[in-house]
Write a protein of this length. Structure first.
Length: 154
């Protein structure tokens, strides 16, 4: 984990690569629970028997499930001292270059691409790449927008 001693140190770190972080397995139970939460029960996600003869040779995770793992995958990469709150402000671009096979493990790396001032703190853009232990193309590449707030809470 990279620890930035202050928001100013983070601001000076544009271009810094963070990670990779630890591997996390994405199992069928997680995919099934995500399908239940989103009402997306497409067979390529939830029917291992049918998916075995499908285009991916088995079930694959939903792209949005992979995306939803970003906070957990990025959290071990860095910490900024002197920040009272960190908020996911959004995404500028997301792509899923390769499917994530169920049972594979994923991990993230991030490159800080921009840090700017916003009222009450900083805004950081980072390009986050999620790789699978199966190798090949990344399973997700996203430009994240994170707000880091300093000072007293109002």
């Amino acid at each position: 984990m990279k620890v930035f001693a202050s928001p100013a140190e983070l601001a000076a770190a544009v271009g810094t690569s963070l990670g990779p972080g630890p591997w996390r397995v994405v199992d069928q139970d997680r995919v099934n629970r995500f399908a239940d939460a989103t009402d997306d029960h497409q067979w390529i996600h939830v029917d291992p028997e049918r998916a075995a003869s499908g285009p991916f040779g088995g079930t694959i995770a939903h792209g949005y499930l992979t995306l939803s793992l970003l906070p957990a995958l990025v959290r071990p990469l860095y910490r900024v001292e002197g920040v009272r709150m960190v908020v996911n402000y959004g995404l500028n671009r997301v792509r899923f270059p390769a499917p994530l096979r169920v049972g594979a493990a994923v991990r993230a790396t991030a490159v800080i691409t921009e840090v700017s001032d916003v009222p009450g703190g900083l805004q950081m853009l980072a390009t986050v790449t999620v790789d699978s232990d199966a190798g090949g193309k990344p399973v997700c590449v996203a430009e994240t927008v994170t707000r880091l707030y300093v000072g007293e809470e109002r």
